[in-house]
Ligand binder design. Structure first.
Ligand code: GUN
Length: 289
């Protein structure tokens, strides 16, 4: 069965839109999200476009800031400072990766934790691991939403996360742990990865390598969450065409999995949907104080 992120995110965004519609009257304004992109990376541009589109769908005000790839780090930090100090801005997102001359850690640290809708600031990372009320990274949050909405209960199950990034691997491991799964984090140095993956009742793959996991590495009846978004070139009689594929070989995985996320249309739309949710939460938190 398909874990349909496109469908769930559409429903959640419609619910958010009706909540946001009531905020203008109640609070005098709607939530606002600033999205900063540095440079012209085509994948990042697509992600940012989709984020701005989701703002339009939910009624959230978006502020799109595009900076040239050669922008000085100082200028980016100053921009973030202005947004931190702007009471009309609730969320700030700096699209990653950044050009190599800019220190990613310094940039993430510069975002006010209360406006860090990505949940990447050390304060929010600590908050997640210490079970505090804080922004939770969008992709892991979206994955849990998808799992829960489908009636899958991770409690007592073996979960294997392939990939140990700060954006996905580490936080999804924590969220699965919170849901009482027994969690293993596997990575590029894991010995006999296929055997480790076959132990998983819930397999989350976030490595960024096209079709790295196939059906032979998946336990029968497992839930498979594919976080990968890889652009590959596929030869056809009319020439090569570009296609998006996941980190999981969908066709062979389908044969053995009970539930699986498609790429596209699985985790991707959920990530963007949770970003809208985090922006609304940041707005509400700031209005509670
Ligand atoms: N680049 C890839 N994923 C993400 C994300 O979730 N947030 C940001 N800011 N950049 C990303």
């Amino acid at each position: 069965m398909i874990l349909d992120g496109k469908k769930l995110s559409a429903r959640l965004k419609a619910e958010m839109a009706s909540r946001v519609a009531g905020m203008e009257e109640r609070y005098g304004r709607v939530p606002a999200l600033a999205v900063i992109i540095v440079g012209e990376d085509p994948a990042s541009q697509t992600y940012v476009r989709n984020k701005v589109k989701a703002c339009e769908e939910t009624g959230i005000r978006s502020i799109h800031i595009a900076l040239p790839s050669g922008v000085r780090e100082r200028e980016l930090l100053d921009q973030i400072k202005r947004l931190n100090e702007d009471p009309g801005v609730d969320g700030i997102l700096v699209q990653l990766p950044l050009p190599p001359h800019i220190d990613e850690h310094r940039v993430i640290n510069a975002i006010a934790p209360a406006k860090d809708v990505d949940g990447f600031h050390p304060r929010n990372v600590a908050g997640l691991w210490l079970d505090e009320d804080c922004a939770i990274p969008c992709t892991p949050k979206g994955i849990m939403h998808l799992i829960n909405e489908s009636g899958i209960n991770p409690s007592g199950k073996r979960a294997v996360v392939v990939g140990r990034s700060n954006i996905v691997g580490k936080p999804i491991a924590k969220l699965l742990l919170d849901a009482n799964a027994t969690v293993t984090i596997a990575h590029s140095h894991t010995e006999d990865l296929a055997r480790v993956c076959r132990e998983a009742d819930i397999l989350v793959v976030a490595v960024g390598r096209p079709k790295m996991i196939d059906g032979s590495m998946i336990k029968s009846g497992a839930v498979v969450i594919d976080v990968g978004i890889n652009r590959i070139s596929v030869p056809t009689p009319g020439g090569n065409i570009s296609r998006i594929c996941g980190d999981v070989d969908f066709d062979s995985a389908c044969e053995v999995a009970s539930w699986i996320t498609p790429v596209p249309g699985g985790v991707g739309p959920m990530t963007i949907c949770e970003l809208m949710g985090n922006t609304i939460e940041a707005f509400l938190r700031s209005h509670q104080e």
